[in-house]
Design a protein around this ligand. Structure first.
Ligand code: SF4
Length: 420
């Protein structure tokens, strides 16, 4: 069964019904299954039942890659990709919509019940002529309506507990996420790819749309899978957070992660001078603005996480008579805020300017991004076949396994030189 599933996923066939079909007419599938023909329910049950086994197989195959010297651990790139859930956007509902639907189904049940009373009165369907007996259909209608009500009530309970605005009725674990230009029910797939042969060294699936909380779990998974940590890790600005930038050096890993503002500044999208135009002097705890004036410490503001951000301001008189004011602020005077851990972002910006920093960060584009693209667009894995976080996670792990097996094949056939 595992052989059949690996082969099917390597061809981008993930539907258990499609796999069943191939087992009946495709010689390669027949060979792998030794002519056995499990039906789609068995295939589906097998794949969902053995999550631990699939995760362990991922690790075993990764270790084979490592033994074949395919994993360099010089640089690992991490990236997230939104994969559509097996659910329609229209089935995502908020609390009000759920209440309305519960009401509608209750009315349906009541209507079906009263239709029965109207039809039979005090009699019984068993004494009516056969052509008038439609009891089964009505019972089914009531049962269906009550089942829907139960489903909706469960969904509402989950929605209340999660604190989210909407929940998807088809796949309650899926979350509305921005995927390309669309907002639809998705999961966030995380891949960590080693730059030597594009081997996936860690993979996971999350219901969290943002990436920055995923860096630490991915690094820890790499260590668990391979027993060591990479020398450097590159990730895009979605992973930039003070916690992550503090965590990586703590694990003796060289991080290459630009912050969100750097991206905006490089794109020249700032209306006013960005903060990097203000030079901070740590010894005197003050900034110098592009107009050469000083911004001194004024006060501090408490943030959501309990930490304080420091505020620096120029003098009213300096800004009032400044020729650069239209490019600096529309307020009376300009202020700049500084996080106590701001130096982490500043050091990272300096690192990304060095030739080594640039070269390592660039590796992302030829490491993790093509792997994401290959899985989603070449293999057609742009939507899950299964529902629920634990089942969809198996599918992502399966895709990662077959990707690594493909890499082993390529190395064995000299399609990838191991000197890379
Ligand atoms: S507006 Fe104020 S802070 Fe901005 S450049 Fe002029 S003096 Fe400096």
């Amino acid at each position: 069964m595992i052989k059949v599933l690996f082969y099917a996923y390597s061809l981008g066939i993930t539907s258990s019904r499609e796999i069943e079909d191939h087992l009946r007419r495709d010689a390669a599938f027949m060979f792998l299954a030794a002519m056995q023909k499990p039906d789609y329910r068995t295939i589906c049950l097998f794949r969902t039942k053995y999550l631990d086994c699939v995760v362990s197989l991922f690790r075993q195959i990764l270790q084979v890659c490592d033994e074949m010297d395919m994993v360099g651990m010089v640089n690992v790139s991490i990236d997230g990709t939104k994969i559509k859930a097996n659910a329609s956007r229209k089935r995502s509902k908020d609390a009000e919509q759920i209440d309305k639907e519960i009401k509608r189904w209750m009315e349906t049940a009541e209507r079906a019940d009263s239709e029965e009373d109207d039809l039979y009165g005090d009699g019984s369907p068993f004494i009516l002529p056969p052509e008038l007996v439609d009891r089964r259909t009505r019972e089914e209608k009531i049962e269906e309506a009550l089942r829907r009500v139960r489903e909706l009530e469960n969904a509402k309970k989950k929605l209340d507990e999660s604190g989210l605005k909407t929940i998807n009725m088809t796949d309650p674990d899926a979350r509305m996420m921005k995927s390309g230009r669309l907002i639809r029910p998705c999961y966030n797939g995380q891949l960590a790819v080693d730059s030597k042969c594009q081997v996936i060294v860690a993979c996971d699936l999350t219901t969290c749309e943002v990436d920055y909380d995923q860096l630490v779990p991915m690094v820890e998974q790499i260590e668990m899978n391979l027993g060591e940590l990479p020398i450097s890790i590159s990730a895009d600005s979605g992973y930039a957070s003070y916690d992550n930038l503090e965590y990586l050096p703590g694990r003796e890993i060289l991080g290459l992660i630009p912050d969100q503002m750097l991206k905006i500044e490089e794109a020249g999208k700032n209306k006013y001078f960005s903060r990097n135009k203000f030079v901070y002097d740590a010894s005197l705890d003050r900034y110098t603005c592009p107009g050469g004036k000083l911004l001194t410490h004024q006060n501090r503001q408490k943030m959501k996480d309990g930490a304080f951000t420091e505020k620096y301001m120029a003098k009213d008189s300096d800004c009032a008579g400044c020729g650069l004011k239209s490019k600096c602020t529309k307020a009376k005077k300009r202020f700049v805020s500084r996080n106590p851990r701001e130096h982490l972002f500043e050091e990272m910006r300096e690192r990304l300017k060095t030739p080594l920093g640039k070269a390592l960060y660039k590796l992302r584009k030829i490491t993790v991004e093509p792997v994401n693209g290959n899985i989603k667009y070449n293999k057609g894995f742009s939507e899950f076949s299964l529902r629920g976080l634990s089942k969809t996670r198996i599918e992502l792990v399966m895709m990662s396994i077959v990707h690594n097996i493909r890499k082993i094949h390529d190395v064995l056939n000299d399609l990838i030189p191991l000197t890379a």
